[in-house]
Design a protein around this ligand. Sequence first.
Ligand SMILES: Nc1ncnc2c1ncn2[C@@H]1O[C@H](COP(=O)(O)OP(=O)(O)OP(=O)(O)O)[C@@H](O)[C@H]1O
Length: 296
Amino acid sequence: MVQVTGLTVRYRRTVALDGVTLSLGTGVTGLLGPNGAGKTTLLRALATVLVPSDGSLSVFGRDPLEPRSRQEIRRRLGYLPQAPGFHRHFTAFEFVDYVAILKEHTDRAARHEEVRRVLDAVGLSEVRGKKLKALSGGMRQRVALASALIGDPELLILDEPTVGLDPEQRLRFRELVAELGEGRTVLLSTHQTEDVSALCHRVVVLAAGRVRYDGSARGLGELADGRVWFSPEREPRAVAGWRTGTGLFRNIGAPPPGAQTADATLEDGYLLLNSAAESGMWPEPEAGTRPEGGTR
Ligand SMILES: Nc1ncnc2c1ncn2[C@@H]1O[C@H](COP(=O)(O)OP(=O)(O)OP(=O)(O)O)[C@@H](O)[C@H]1O
């Protein structure tokens, strides 16, 4: 569905993506990475909003640099940007309808039916006549998701879609994305490791514009197997650690002899990967390869 090869994006002197190679197929893939890792840049390149400096990109087997292909790709993908601009005086219906018009849905009756369908899919049928300025942040986020669903896209690109959602809304959102991932390709960029654990069969971790991990969600957690332990005091040998509610420190890294290790989570694996790579304690994988333990 999507093939990215040696993708490089530079903004003046900043190298936002540095030779990223990956492919995406059906299902939900999580994209994790610290601030500034290049996640949004990768998503924008895939959504054909941004032209890469180097490397190649193929979406639905087409090259987005070619104008006709780009148009075709845009018709078949849904993109939820990080900070979608809202026209506050539009109603939810008018906003999604406006996006549908931009997506060239010209038949008015069919378009309105599609707008009702996507608003229903995100659970907003009841408030479709309300102005966006009167909706909560979480509801507005769902309006944005609804507009990304116009035309039932085969590829969905979601940039931090759960920001500002309360736990119940996040749960609903997870259900919806899990459903959408059946038979579609969904790329979900997020800082929420719980969302990735709950939703994604596969995870790509970016840092400083490079792929640090590309493999199963379980495999990312497994990187921290035997490397998580509790201690009464802060542990200088831990690459990451914090005091928990019980007063004990939860540490990630190389445990001292005799330490009782705890079950590792995906977040532990992610933190270990980032912290260890930053401190040079973890061998940095080549772009597009998986570190040991990362199985698909
Ligand atoms: N339009 C731009 N002009 C100049 N530099 C940019 C631009 N957009 C992004 N960058 C830089 O490129 C790098 C990657 O940014 P990007 O927004 O892709 O990261 P991110 O992983 O999405 O971060 P976050 O998690 O904070 O959203 C950063 O160093 C950022 O400052």
